[in-house]
Write a protein that binds this ligand. Structure first.
Ligand SMILES: *Cc1c(COP(=O)(O)O)cnc(C)c1O
Length: 377
């Protein structure tokens, strides 16, 4: 393997247990986007043993089928939009689905009736994220039957919403406003038999009032703080001390080492020139693999326990790094290189790469190419 991902089962279980302890609530483990790039099958093979995880949330029926192939016991909610063919698959497999509008519910009802199967739905309430969802008034219409959508073929399982502005700020007034709209709606409907949920990682860390019946945990299960503001707010709240441990490490093998003279260019566009006689390592990973091109000339990797700066542009399947200074244990082709993870005293986090490439830790891990082997350790 020229590159692979290692998944720490111990750390994943640790993080999920921390959330169980913190919330004392059932957990819907969010495993969309190939389990945030960690490898869906591999992650489920670990989490299936945890009894307090009641649900998985996935984006698509394809992901739902993968989850089911590894863990057939827990409930699976497809939170992404599905077209007609996919809806049919969801219904036939007994997965649960999001219903974001009255019209969509009509289609679900017709399909379920045709299949003579029950569609299990969660109504998605628009409270200000302006993504999938319907206004509270439409939820009321559906539940009091005035849209004509009540049917033996449709089972109302849950109702939920999602926060828009909780990770990006320490000012949580918009989140409070959204929560208020949701609570106002609950006062107007009979929700006794509905599973109510609203909370993502950040709100679970910060606001017990958002928990309702189950919390939806994504990013922090994988060992990341949703953002710096969330971390700051958490510390200010003096809640239970919590340690999140990164689950993913990314490795590659050293491909070729070459010696360059002074003033030689490196990579496409000749964006870097050596200042002196230099040793350069070629690593067989590039932006196709998920190593962002914005990391050109800016990130570092770890080679034999020492940090090595990336030189020149990130290519499609290759990067180059400076290893001139690595003298006590000089790098040989085939040596292990760390792209994300720890070795010796050095560490590179997804948060660090996110900062360098102008994005968030979510995107850094979610974009790691699914074809790269994931190995559970
Ligand atoms: C992705 C997602 C989550 C998980 O959010 P994290 O910040 O990763 O915990 C929860 N709910 C919905 C609807 C989502 O789309």
């Amino acid at each position: 393997m020229k590159t692979h991902i290692e998944i720490s089962a111990v750390n994943l279980v640790h993080n999920l247990k921390e959330f169980r302890k913190l919330s004392n609530c059932k957990i819907m483990f969010v495993v969309k986007a190939n389990a945030y790039g960690h490898g869906l099958k591999e992650v489920i093979s670990i989490s299936k043993e945890l009894p307090f995880i009641d649900y998985y949330a996935v984006d698509s029926v394809e992901e739902a089928l993968t989850v089911k192939s590894v863990d057939s016991k827990k409930n699976i909610l497809v939170i992404g939009w599905a077209d007609r063919d996919q809806l049919q698959e969801i219904i036939l497999n007994g997965f649960e689905m999001v219903v974001p509008s009255i019209d969509y519910l009509k289609e679900v009802k017709t399909l379920a009736k045709g299949l003579k199967r029950t569609a299990k739905v969660h109504l998605k309430v628009e409270t200000g994220t302006t993504r999938l969802g319907m206004p509270p008034a439409d939820v009321i219409k559906i539940l009091n039957g005035s849209t004509g959508n009540r049917s033996n073929y449709v089972k109302m399982v849950g109702i939920y919403s999602h926060f828009a502005n909780i990770e990006d700020t320490t000012d949580h007034s918009y989140a409070q406003y959204q929560l208020g709209l949701f609570n106002d709606l609950l006062e107007k409907i009979n929700h006794q038999n509905l599973l109510k949920h609203f909370s993502c990682s950040a709100s679970t860390l910060l606001f017990p009032k958002t928990y309702f019946d189950i919390v939806r945990i994504g990013i922090s299960a994988y060992g990341f703080w949703p953002s710096k503001p969330t971390y700051v707010s958490y510390i200010e709240k003096k809640r239970m001390p919590i340690e999140l441990k990164p689950v993913l490490s990314w490795y590659a093998k050293a491909a070729q080492v070459k010696t360059l003279e002074k003033d030689e260019p490196i990579g496409y566009g000749l964006t870097y020139r050596t200042f002196d006689r230099s040793k350069i390592l070629v690593v067989p990973v590039g932006y196709y693999d998920g190593y962002d091109r914005k990391l050109s000339n800016s990130s570092v990797i770890i080679v034999n326990g020492v940090k090595a700066p990336v030189r020149g542009r990130v290519c499609m399947n290759m990067i180059m790094a400076e290893v001139t200074h690595i003298r006590t244990n000089p790098v040989q082709p085939g040596d292990r290189v760390v792209l994300i993870g720890e070795e010796g005293r050095e560490k590179i986090t997804a948060d660090h790469l996110a900062e360098l490439s102008g994005t968030i830790n979510y995107e850094v891990v979610a974009r790691i190419n699914p074809l790269i082997p994931r190995i559970v350790i």
